[in-house]
Design a binder for this molecule. Structure first.
Ligand SMILES: [Zn+2]
Length: 109
């Protein structure tokens, strides 16, 4: 099978290692080429923002999500609410569906 990028935008994922371990969030962005994702509220980094009055930007510390490697997250099944590996099912019409390996319900909405 190889490594197929199985996480999609708007999936809920849980961090399984590191500083944000066991936090959950929604996937905002996929960086497929780098095997990374940006997850809402996860891996926040502080950046200093320079004031720019002409664009109405106040200076200060800004917190922003930074990408996290997909090996550090797992999908949370919307059905059983547990972290799971992603399985697959091929429907009669040939459509490939992602399924939860725990409860076998579909992950497609
Ligand atoms: Zn499930």
């Amino acid at each position: 099978m190889g490594s197929i990028f199985e996480i999609r935008r708007n999936d809920t994922v849980q961090v399984i290692t590191g500083r944000d371990k066991s936090k959950q969030g929604k996937v905002l962005k996929l960086l497929t080429a780098r095997d990374r994702v940006v997850v809402e509220g996860i891996n926040m980094v502080k950046r200093s923002q320079r004031p720019n009055p002409s664009r109405n930007i106040k200076g200060g510390i800004l917190e922003k999500e930074s990408p996290i490697h997909i090996s550090n997250i797992m999908l949370v099944c919307p059905e059983c609410q547990k972290i799971t590996r992603i399985g697959h099912r091929i429907l009669d019409d040939g459509t490939r569906q992602r399924i939860c390996r725990r409860c076998h319900s579909t992950l497609e909405k």
